[in-house]
Design a protein around this ligand. Structure first.
Ligand SMILES: NC(=O)c1ccc[n+]([C@@H]2O[C@H](COP(=O)([O-])OP(=O)(O)OC[C@H]3O[C@@H](n4cnc5c(N)ncnc54)[C@H](O)[C@@H]3O)[C@@H](O)[C@H]2O)c1
Ligand SMILES: NC(=O)c1ccc[n+]([C@@H]2O[C@H](COP(=O)([O-])OP(=O)(O)OC[C@H]3O[C@@H](n4cnc5c(N)ncnc54)[C@H](O)[C@@H]3O)[C@@H](O)[C@H]2O)c1
Lengths: 205, 205
């Protein structure tokens, strides 16, 4: 089993290589990759060695080859089917975020319990449906991921409905620890702010 | 210079210890801490050794002592003064997120260039002001952090105004790489989704 910290780093390698491809860079050394990601080159070589041989020492890695190979490892398939629960501020921001669609994350529908929101589109092609239809919708459309963007007190119940429908992963914004059998990835901007403030304090020295 | 990956882990130790305090746990072993964070216990011991001695082998760490000590290291001061630029979906969600205030992140004001939003409150006590006043406001109120929640094409200019006003750190939501002299922490939910989908693929085995 690969530790979660390795998976997070692999994702950051993948996203860094994506930008390098955009910049037209064809080969990159582990030292240069390490500099861009603020890591040690030995850490990158060690992480990649989990998955086989990628580059020859002294020559560097071929960006496109490494990008495609890591893509296979981390499961960058053509498309992931997603539902959004909670059509409020977070829900609307995610539904309208162009990068989702570009990266193969397709939101099929949004769900809410506020009668005034039902039947409206929170983004082109994304209809807000009644949360009571969530379980059936997930099952009938083989939805894989649920994004939980409801208030804390409603989040656990929403997670259970998603699981009953057959969801295989949850991205959670609500400030509660969800009890589920499927993997949950939590987003918390206060953690990002803590990393930022630590960086500020460090630079003050 | 401590690598950024160590700072991210330290922040996650701090947040984990915060939850342990809430649960009334007084002592915790590095093995138990490792299990909760999906890390290796040796990694935790190595990270903490950067900063001195914390616990005796076999006895574990005192949760409150470690929490306060890490808090000092990562700069958990009483309060960080923050401004929010962009009073749209993301801006409103952040302004109304109770966890910000609870953790000492105080939003003093929001800024926008949409005349219909100026003069309104996007959350209790957070007024939307004209973005042309941003630089002066930052300087006069010794604001430390700017949160950039504007469209991609406006983000670089906003970052420059923040820097001119004297900001020391930026939390960026816009999907562009900002060129600044101050540290920038980027938030990208597609990265969180990548980590989640990798976890799903791994479990499928
Ligand atoms: N993790 C972070 O960094 C972060 C940042 C901001 C907000 N948040 C959290 O994200 C969540 C959403 O925030 P927001 O600003 O979008 O809130 P919001 O109030 O704007 O939106 C919440 C939506 O959920 C709907 N809802 C409530 N109960 C429901 C239920 N049982 N089933 C379906 N829909 C339901 C509401 O009608 C509303 O449309 C909150 O829990 C908030 O605390 C997290
Ligand atoms: N990083 C992520 O995971 C993520 C997720 C969703 C959205 N986004 C991004 O976050 C940003 C905000 O998203 P949103 O859904 O809140 O968009 P939004 O359109 O709802 O809000 C943007 C706000 O910025 C204001 N604005 C535009 N130009 C400005 C300027 N020059 N100065 C001041 N204000 C200005 C607009 O008037 C609007 O109120 C966008 O760049 C979007 O792509 C990022």
């Amino acid at each position: 089993k690969i530790p979660r910290t390795v998976s997070k780093r692999l994702v950051s390698y993948y996203m860094c290589l994506e930008k390098l491809l955009d910049e037209g860079v064809e080969v990159i050394s582990s030292e240069e990759l390490a500099r861009r990601l603020d890591l040690k080159a030995s850490q990158i070589r060690k992480d990649l060695s989990y998955f086989g041989e990628f580059g020859r020492r002294g020559v560097g890695y071929k960006v496109e080859f490494l990008y495609n190979r890591i893509g296979e490892i981390i499961g960058v398939q053509k498309e992931w089917k997603i539902v959004l629960v909670g059509a409020g501020n977070i829900g609307r921001a995610i539904a309208n975020y162009a990068a989702m669609r570009e990266r193969g994350f397709k939101i099929l529908a949004a769900f809410d319990n506020d009668p005034q929101k039902l039947g409206t589109e929170i983004a082109p092609g994304i209809l807000v449906r009644d949360v009571r239809e969530l379980e059936d919708f997930v099952r009938e459309n083989n939805v894989e991921i649920g994004i939980v963007a409801v208030p804390a007190e409603a989040a656990q119940e929403v997670a259970e409905r998603l699981e009953k429908g057959g969801i295989v992963g949850i991205l959670n914004f609500a400030p509660v620890k969800l009890k589920t059998t499927v993997p949950v990835e939590n987003v918390d901007i206060t953690a990002s702010l803590r990393v930022l403030t630590f960086e500020i304090v460090r630079r003050r020295g």
